[in-house]
Design a protein around this ligand. Structure first.
Ligand code: NAD
Ligand code: DAU
Length: 364
């Protein structure tokens, strides 16, 4: 039997994961494939520049795993796959996810994040119209929909939406559509809004893997503006476990914030990564810090994100498992051990993006 011939009679549930070849999606797919051998896990992904099946080499032959290359912006492709698999649950992660790219090309974010999400909602509504009992559409979203905080305060689930980049505006719009389908059509939905993730398989356009990759290559480390922008960092495998918890135990129609209780100013984080890398590479203390270069700021840059995740802890008993220092060290070591992965994703297309992004910010 190949993985495409999964025995339906033995399958309790079919879960369709969108964006399963991406950074967070691949950790979610792996967790579900191993933890629930009697589920059929269908990974639906268009394999954009950010999707990479190398992230899932260890699960590709699992009998309960299927990959389908499809584009969520195509209503026909999505409808056909929903009819083929008739999923009991959907965990929707597919998205354009990088803020800087959204500033350069907002429309791509509307197409994937808004239109793509509505296509999925329509397809789920269509196959569950006669009986939505026990079904669930889980929309994975971001804390960026809440806007920007000052020095104090935390985002709760009640914080008013105030998206300020094309990326966060597109994610906010998709969240609104998901809730609208719950209220208007009784579609059984659940949502989460999470802070910044880090860990293995993170595409090196994002801050942490970009800094690690540049240190490896002895290249300048671009820090936007004054470097005092603050993010709350969550270990990606903790995000995957929170998604598992919310998918199985969260209340229908509810939203859960997910965070790491782990706030860092960018400059402090970059210095920490420099010190960890110096140690792992056997360089003299302070060597990598000399590569830090302050560059032109991101337009509309949100000053601070911080999450109040107490609802998730109180209601569902979930908390992050890993401490920052250990997580950053494990991440840096992963990038050192997986040079082939890094070389494959840092393709010609990525080089072109990098040159454009950092030439315009004065950093070569
Ligand atoms: P990513 O960019 O690494 O991966 C996105 C995946 O979606 C890729 O595999 C890509 O091929 C796929 N995809 C893109 N467009 C598609 C399309 N049209 N059809 C089908 N597949 C498509 O993203 P990520 O960082 O893993 O984020 C996953 C989700 O989590 C996103 O919805 C993002 O908004 C959300 N999120 C991310 C973070 C974070 O820190 N990375 C934090 C909170 C929430
Ligand atoms: O908060 C959740 C969000 O976190 C997710 O929804 C997004 O998908 C994810 O990309 C991330 O968004 P950020 O914009 O916070 O992440 P990024 O890694 O791009 O940047 C983190 C911080 O570092 C931010 O303040 C900008 C800054 N930065 C980033 C880059 C790429 C730099 O100073 N230099 C850089 O070169």
């Amino acid at each position: 039997m190949t993985n495409n011939d999964t025995n339906d009679a033995m399958t309790k549930q079919t879960l369709l994961i969108t964006g399963g070849a991406g950074f967070i999606g691949s950790h979610v797919v792996r967790l579900l494939v191993y933890k629930y051998p009697d589920y059929r896990i269908v990974n639906l992904d268009a394999l954009t520049y950010a999707g990479n099946l190398e992230n899932l080499r260890d699960v590709e032959h699992a009998p309960n795993y299927v990959f389908e290359r499809a584009d969520i912006t195509s209503p026909d492709e999505i409808k056909a796959l929903f009819e083929k698999y008739r999923p009991d649950g959907v965990i929707h992660l597919a998205a354009e996810s990088h803020v800087d790219r959204s500033i350069a090309n907002p429309l791509a974010f509307v197409e994937t994040n808004v239109m793509g999400t509505v296509n999925l909602l329509n397809a789920a509504r269509n196959i569950w119209k006669d009986d939505a009992g026990g079904k669930r559409f889980y929309h994975v979203s971001t804390d960026e929909v809440y806007g920007s905080l000052g020095e104090e305060g935390l985002f709760t689930e009640e914080t008013r939406y105030d998206p300020r980049s094309p990326y966060s505006a597109s994610k906010a719009a998709s969240d609104h559509f998901v809730r609208a389908y719950f209220h208007t059509y009784d579609l059984p939905v659940v949502l989460s809004n999470c802070s910044n993730n880090y860990g293995p398989n993170h595409f090196p356009e994002k801050l942490i893997p970009l800094i690690i990759n540049n240190i490896k290559q002895d290249k300048p480390l671009p820090v936007y503006g004054d470097g005092k922008y603050t993010r709350d960092w969550l270990w990606v495998k903790d995000h995957a476990s929170a998604i598992d918890t919310i998918f199985h135990k969260g209340r229908t129609g509810e939203t859960y914030n997910i965070g790491g209780n782990n706030e860092w100013k960018n400059i402090d984080l970059v210095e920490k990564l420099c010190d960890i890398m110096d140690e792992l590479l056997g360089k003299p203390a302070g060597a990598s810090r000399r590569l830090i270069t302050f560059v032109k700021d991101r337009p509309g840059h949100d000053r601070r994100y911080a999450i109040d995740a107490s609802k998730l802890k109180t209601e569902l008993g979930w908390e992050p498992s890993i401490k920052a220092e250990a997580g950053f060290r494990e991440t840096a070591q992963w990038y050192l051990d997986n040079d082939a992965w890094l070389q494959h994703v840092v393709s010609g297309a990525y080089q072109q993006y990098y040159n454009q992004q950092y030439q315009t910010t004065g950093n070569k």
